[in-house]
Design a protein around this ligand. Structure first.
Ligand SMILES: Nc1ncnc2c1ncn2[C@@H]1O[C@H](COP(=O)(O)OP(=O)(O)OP(=O)(O)O)[C@@H](O)[C@H]1O
Ligand SMILES: Cc1ncc(COP(=O)(O)O)c(N)n1
Length: 268
């Protein structure tokens, strides 16, 4: 059985964070494990409060997993504070896992900060170089590269800036541009457009979490980085297309559609 570990925050509403990651792993037939960095009191409308987990307990969770279980891929999401970023970077460096996917989560869809401003430099210097791939959206990439991204040409230039920052590869998500959500994958040498078509829905809570977990799940299964990105893009598109109209805000992506389809195919 292939396995994947998510290191991220908990979303009580179940649409993003650890909960989205574990659902994504399960939908890919990958055994999921979790290290919780922070607990958010959250629903589809808002983040009400955040409690960071003690750094020692974060370190203990990572060590408990790696000291006993096989980890085929790691996905990192919400890290909240500078000391949590450092704890995760230092503890992971000890184990050197095979594949690390870093989603540099900064702000929730509702506008609540999920990474303190003074944690950004630690994220750039300590964690980004450890990752095999980072998956920023456009606002996150603008902050990390300190440049404006207004079009597809700017996206290419931002990817090159990431390489200069020591990043191995980037999937720069184009969902925040007004065009179709075309993402740009840069492996440090070549550019690949991973194209999508926009689904007109407000139910996009947890899309970034889902995409990065799907990349990790596909890497765990032995796919190359490019194939993993392409498969993950196809997965998120279906998950958004069949997203669930739950709650009064941004509803969650649907991880069950693929599962039901697979179960249906197996019964035929
Ligand atoms: N409305 C949409 N229709 C189709 N694909 C979309 C849509 N919105 C985003 N995507 C795609 O979903 C994936 C996640 O991208 P997005 O830009 O939403 O991430 P994000 O802003 O980091 O998400 P989150 O806010 O959940 O962290 C990307 O592949 C993006 O192109
Ligand atoms: C615990 C946690 N992690 C990540 C996100 C980002 O997801 P979104 O941008 O869809 O709110 C979130 N809201 N909560």
């Amino acid at each position: 059985m292939k396995t994947a570990l998510t290191i991220a925050g908990s979303d009580s509403g179940g649409g993003a964070g650890i909960q989205a990651d574990l659902k994504t792993f399960a939908a890919h037939g990958v055994y999921g494990m979790s290290v919780i960095t922070a607990i958010t009191a959250q629903n589809t409308v808002e983040v009400r409060s955040v409690q960071n987990i003690d750094e020692q307990i974060i370190q203990d969770q990572i060590e408990a997993v790696f000291d006993d279980l096989k980890v085929d891929a790691v996905k990192i999401g919400m890290l909240s504070s500078p000391s949590i970023v450092t704890t995760v970077a230092e503890t992971l460096a000890k184990y050197q896992p095979n594949h690390i996917v870093l989603d540099p989560v900064m702000v929730s869809k509702g506008g609540h900060r999920l990474l303190a401003e003074d944690a950004i430099s630690a994220l750039k210097e300590e964690l980004m170089p450890l990752a095999d791939i980072i998956t920023p959206n456009i606002p996150e990439a603008e902050i990390l590269t300190e440049q404006k991204i207004l079009n597809e040409l700017d996206m290419k230039s931002a990817c090159i800036s990431f390489k200069k920052l020591g990043v191995k590869s980037v999937l720069l998500k184009g969902g925040h541009l007004s065009t179709d959500p075309n993402d740009l994958f840069y492996d440090g040498e070549n550019f690949y457009w991973v194209k999508g078509k926009r689904v007109h829905t407000k139910n996009t809570h947890g899309t970034g979490c889902t995409l990065s977990s799907a990349i990790a799940a596909n890497l765990a299964k032995g796919n190359t980085l490019l194939t993993s990105v392409q498969l993950a893009k196809a997965y998120i598109e279906v998950a958004i297309e069949h997203s669930l109209d739950l709650g009064n805000g941004h509803g969650p992506t649907n991880h069950f559609y693929e599962l039901y389809k697979r179960a249906h195919l197996m019964n035929q």
